[in-house]
Design a protein around this ligand. Structure first.
Ligand SMILES: [Cu+2]
Ligand SMILES: [Zn+2]
Length: 237
């Protein structure tokens, strides 16, 4: 019997001629379906990662107890930028250096966190400079009531990849960061920001939405696969 099997969808390009022909047709149909599904999975994965939204949080305090500086700061990825928002309490009025330091270790009064996070081995700078440490977020301004409101947008730090700040330490300093303009060697290392008054290790606040959307999209893919298998099973009945 020669004819197009009614249960073959419009995407099937084979004709059923004989049982062996049926197997060949089904084989072509299966491999085409698999190729399409691979493309779909690739697309879904790409879309899911493009939509990834991750956020992080740090609670700051003085591990030595010497200062009463406390606070919390949140980081959220928004496209290529990271929004940095938070509040600190207990600093003297004026500017205070605010950086991401290399390690996630607040020991020895925050000094165990090491130097500024600097994966490209550049000199210290301000947040708007091309030549800067990745961790150079400049200064936070404290008003006369001892409150520092942080509202920074930065396109160099990130919440994943090479510039990821997750697991590193935020440090706020006693003095103002001169942003590398101080004219001495220390300026190009630390911005002469002085003592470390409070610090905290940056942790994951929220995983990206990718895990949720990926799982729901994989469900759709699984349903599609199941329906293909059922179509093929019908062909053999
Ligand atoms: Cu610092
Ligand atoms: Zn620096």
């Amino acid at each position: 019997m020669i004819g197009r099997h009614p249960s073959l969808g419009p995407k099937a390009n084979g004709w059923i001629i004989s049982p062996s022909g049926l197997i060949i047709t089904t084989g072509i149909y299966l491999s085409e379906t698999l190729a399409e599904m691979m493309k779909l999975i690739f697309l879904i994965t790409t879309v899911a990662f493009a939509q990834a939204q991750r956020s992080a949080i740090v609670y700051l305090f003085d591990p030595t107890g010497a200062s009463n500086v406390t606070g919390s700061v949140q980081f959220s990825q928004s496209g290529n930028e990271v929004l940095v928002n938070g509040t600190l309490n207990g600093l003297a009025a004026g500017n205070h250096g605010f950086h991401i330091h290399n390690l996630g270790n607040i020991g020895e009064g925050c000094t165990a966190s090491g130097p500024h996070f600097n994966p490209h081995n550049l000199t210290h700078g301000g947040p708007n400079d091309t030549v800067r440490h990745v961790g150079d977020l400049g200064n936070v301004l404290t008003t006369s009531d001892g409150i520092s409101t942080i509202n920074i947008t930065d396109s160099v730090i990130a919440l994943d990849g090479e510039h990821s700040i997750i697991g590193r330490t935020v440090v706020v300093h006693a003095g103002e960061d001169d942003l590398g303009q101080g004219g001495d060697s220390e300026s190009l290392l630390t911005g002469n920001a002085g003592a470390r008054l409070a610090c905290g290790v940056i942790g994951i606040l929220q995983e990206s939405g990718a895990s949720i959307s990926t799982s729901s999209l994989f469900l759709v893919v699984s349903m599609a696969m199941l329906s293909q298998v059922m179509t093929i099973r019908r062909l053999f009945k």
